[in-house]
Structure formats: structure tokens, C-alpha cells
Design a protein around this ligand. Structure first.
Ligand code: BTN
Length: 244
């Protein structure tokens, strides 16, 4: 079931509400624009009309320790669809941003739903994806304009959103299913598109800042940084960005 809105606060918020009402795995919420789009780390996600904003409710049959890999599986699926559909060469910035020509064109926010009274193997996740598609730079808040790009900027044609959504839903669902018994293969594939591999990076949490060189993802989906002392640090959470 796909539920569409011309405008909503956040498709992730609506999808969570629908999950609580008992809507089945595969339910999708899509909006032409969002007025309170949510990003990682509690940030907002600028969602002007022309982009594709959706949330997919899934009940994946995977072990709990693999749940963090869903973000990576989704990023890879989005990267592959953009490549196959438009012959673009997107890269992925760990854990969840899609970049074109060094600028962000899509973000992913996966939120796990805790089901306290369900059998332990039952898990739900909201996979939220926002892609700058037909928007123009001027549609975005001034402070993000220098760091984002849109598909239009690269293709100079308007893209139909509905078929793109169908391809993305198919690719995401397939990749999440692959996590059950092909997760290492999937991570190896992800690694080919790592924006920060062998690049100077900074990783920041409230407690610690690490400067180093990006060394790719670990089998658990953590990001590996070789720090200034040559020691490999594995990071989870926090913010990873190119240095400079
Ligand atoms: C990020 O870049 O930090 C993640 C952005 C995720 C944005 C998408 S848009 C659809 C869905 N609904 C939201 O409120 N957020 C996600």
C-alpha cells in the first residue's frame, strides 16, 4: 500500500504512526514535500517540492545485530538505482548519504521500532529516503545550497518520480533481504562506492574528534579510520566528513 501526501511534516513520522496502528510490512508513505523532514542526529532535512521523499515500513527477517546494516543496504540500493537508471556515478558517504560530484543528493534515515511485547525475532524498521530530484538549488535553504546537488543539475531533464520510487522500493527490499545470508557480499559491494576511502577524514562525537584516513567499513558496518598514530579506530554514530 502506498499512501501519498502533497505535503506532510515527515513521512517517517507518519510511517511510525501507521506501524503502531498495525499496517503491514511493505507500507509506503510518500510526500511531494515535507515541512519538518527529519535527518540524522536530530537535524532537519530540507524537503522542497520536486524531490522524492518516502518512508518504507519493513519487518525484516534478520538477526538483531544486522539491523544497523539496513542503512548501508538502502544506501547501496539507492546508489545502484541512480546509476542504472541515469548512468550517474554516485558515491556513498558512510553511513547514509549519496553524493554526486562531491555534493549530497540524497539522505537516508532508518529508525528501528522497538516491539516490547512481541516475539524476539519480530522487528520493524522505518526506512526513510529523501532524494533531491527535480528541485533547483534555489528551492533549498541558503545554508545548504553550497553542499547539495540535485539530479536535475546533473541530467538537465525532469525525472518522473513514480517509476523512480517503484525501482527504489524494489531495490531496497531486495538488498535488505540479502542481509540474511549475503551480508558480506553486500558490504563488499558497498565498499566499491565509498566516498571517503583513503581520503583524509574527521570523525566527531560530543566526546572525541578523530582525524585520520578513511579505511572503509568493517563486517559489522562500522567505519574504520586510521588515526594520526596509524591505529585503526572503528566508529559508530557520530559524524564522519571529509577533512578540509
Ligand atoms: C540525512 O540526510 O541526515 C537523512 C535524511 C532522511 C530524509 C528522509 S526524507 C523521507 C523521510 N522522512 C523524513 O522525515 N526523513 C526521511
Amino acid at each position: 500500500m502506498i499512501i501519498s501526501y502533497p505535503q506532510i511534516d515527515s513521512t517517517n513520522r507518519v510511517a511510525k504512526e501507521l506501524a503502531a496502528e498495525g499496517k503491514p510490512s511493505g507500507t509506503v508513505v510518500v510526500a511531494a514535500s515535507q515541512i519538518a523532514g527529519r535527518g540524522q542526529y536530530g537535524r532537519s532535512f530540507n524537503s522542497p517540492e520536486g524531490g522524492l521523499y518516502f518512508s518504507l515500513l519493513l519487518e525484516p527477517v534478520i538477526p538483531t545485530e544486522k539491523l544497523p546494516l539496513i542503512t548501508l543496504a538502502t544506501g547501496l540500493a539507492c546508489r545502484n538505482v541512480l546509476h542504472q537508471s541515469f548512468n550517474l556515478q554516485p558515491l556513498i558517504k558512510w553511513p547514509n548519504d549519496i553524493y554526486l560530484g562531491g555534493k549530497k543528493t540524497a539522505g537516508i534515515l532508518c529508525e528501528n521500532i522497538f516491539l516490547p511485547h512481541s516475539p524476539s525475532n519480530r522487528k520493524q524498521v522505518i526506512i526513510g529516503v529523501g532524494i533531491n530530484v527535480n528541485n533547483r538549488k534555489e528551492d533549498f535553504a541558503a545554508e545548504v545550497q553550497p553542499i547539495i546537488t540535485t539530479l536535475f543539475e546533473h541530467l538537465q531533464v525532469t525525472v518522473e518520480l513514480e517509476p523512480l520510487l517503484a525501482l527504489l522500493l524494489q531495490a531496497i527490499t531486495t538488498n535488505v533481504t540479502r542481509l540474511l545470508d549475503e551480508s558480506q557480499l553486500l558490504l563488499d559491494e558497498w565498499q566499491q562506492y565509498d566516498l571517503l576511502f583513503n581520503k583524509p577524514v574527521v570523525h566527531a562525537t560530543e566526546a572525541l574528534i578523530i582525524h585520520g584516513i578513511g579505511k572503509g567499513i568493517s563486517p559489522q558496518g562500522l567505519y574504520v579510520i586510521q588515526d594520526e598514530h596509524g591505529v585503526e579506530q572503528r566508529v559508530i554514530g557520530g559524524q564522519l566528513r571529509p577533512q578540509g
